[in-house]
Design a protein around this ligand. Structure first.
Ligand code: HEM
Length: 225
C-alpha cells in the first residue's frame, strides 16, 4: 500500500496508530528495564545513565525517532477519535469491536494524561527545571548525580503521587492499546483474540508494577540517596 493510500483510508490510519504505539511501547519497556538498575545501587544506575549519554549523536537520532513516532501516534489518535465521533453510530469495522470497558472508553483521556506526564517528566529529569528537591536544585544546570536526583525526588510525596497516577494512566492506555494494536495488525483471529487481549493486559500490568515500584519503594526508604 502506498503512503497516500495508507493515509486516505481509516484502516491505514489505524495501522499507523498500531505500529507507532508498539514502537513507543518498546521504548517504555526498555526504559523500565534501565530504570530498574536503581535497585542495584548508585554505581549501577549512574553507569547506566552515563552509558546512555555516551551514545552521543546516536542518542539524538534515537530521541528524534522517538519524538517523531510519538507525534505520529498522538496526531493520528486525535484524527481517528474525531473521525469516529463524526461517524457514530455506525463507526467502521475494526473499531466496532466491544470497546466497552473502562480502559477502552478512556483511551483519549489516558493518552492526554500521558502526554502531560511526559512533558512534566522531561522538565523534571531531562531538563531539570521542576520537581527537584532544594538541595539539588542549585546543581541542576551542572553535572547532577542521576541516582541522587531520582531518589531525592521520590522522597517527596507529591512527585510520588503524580508518577503513580501517571503509571495508572499508562496501565489503562496499554491495557487496551496493546491488544488493540495487535488485533489491527492482524496478529490474531477471533479464536486467539481473548488470549492476545489478556497478553496485552499482563504486559501493561507488569509495566505498572515495575514503574510504580520505583517511586513508591524509594519513598518508603527501600532505596536511599
Ligand atoms: C518511575 C518512573 C520513571 C523513572 C524513574 C524515569 C526516569 C528517567 C530519568 C532518570 C530520565 C533522564 C535520564 C538522563 O537524562 O540521564 C528519564 C528520561 C526520559 N523518560 Fe523516564 N522515567 C520514568 C517513567 C517514564 C515513562 C512512563 C515514560 C514514557 C511514557 C518515560 C519517558 C522518558 C523519556 C522520553 C525520557 C527522555 C529520554 C532521553 O533523554 O533520551 N519515563 N526518565
Amino acid at each position: 500500500m502506498q503512503l497516500t493510500q495508507l493515509l486516505r483510508n481509516s484502516v491505514g490510519r489505524k495501522l499507523i496508530m498500531a505500529v507507532s504505539g508498539l514502537l513507543v511501547t518498546g521504548f517504555v519497556v526498555s526504559h523500565l528495564l534501565g530504570n530498574l538498575a536503581l535497585f542495584a545501587g548508585q554505581e549501577a544506575f549512574n553507569l547506566y545513565a552515563a552509558q546512555l549519554q555516551q551514545l552521543g549523536p546516536l542518542l539524538w537520532l534515537f530521541r528524534l525517532g522517538l519524538a517523531g513516532t510519538l507525534l505520529l501516534h498522538v496526531f493520528f489518535g486525535i484524527w481517528l477519535t474525531l473521525q469516529n465521533r463524526a461517524a457514530k453510530p455506525t463507526g467502521y469495522a475494526i473499531n466496532r469491536i466491544r470497546s466497552t470497558n473502562l480502559a477502552a472508553k478512556t483511551m483519549v483521556f489516558t493518552g492526554m494524561a500521558l502526554l502531560l506526564f511526559l512533558i512534566g517528566h522531561l522538565l523534571h529529569f531531562t531538563f531539570r527545571r521542576i520537581g527537584l528537591p532544594p538541595e539539588l536544585a542549585h546543581d541542576a544546570g551542572g553535572t547532577l548525580d542521576v541516582f541522587d536526583m531520582v531518589t531525592l525526588s521520590f522522597q517527596q510525596g507529591f512527585p510520588v503521587l503524580l508518577y503513580a497516577g501517571a503509571m495508572l494512566a499508562l496501565f489503562l492506555h496499554l491495557g487496551h492499546g496493546l491488544g488493540s494494536a495487535l488485533q489491527t495488525l492482524g496478529a490474531c483471529n477471533d479464536k486467539f483474540l481473548p488470549g492476545v487481549r489478556k497478553g496485552g493486559f499482563i504486559v501493561a500490568l507488569a509495566l505498572l508494577l515495575g514503574y510504580v515500584s520505583i517511586p513508591v519503594l524509594t519513598f518508603f526508604g527501600f532505596v536511599t540517596p
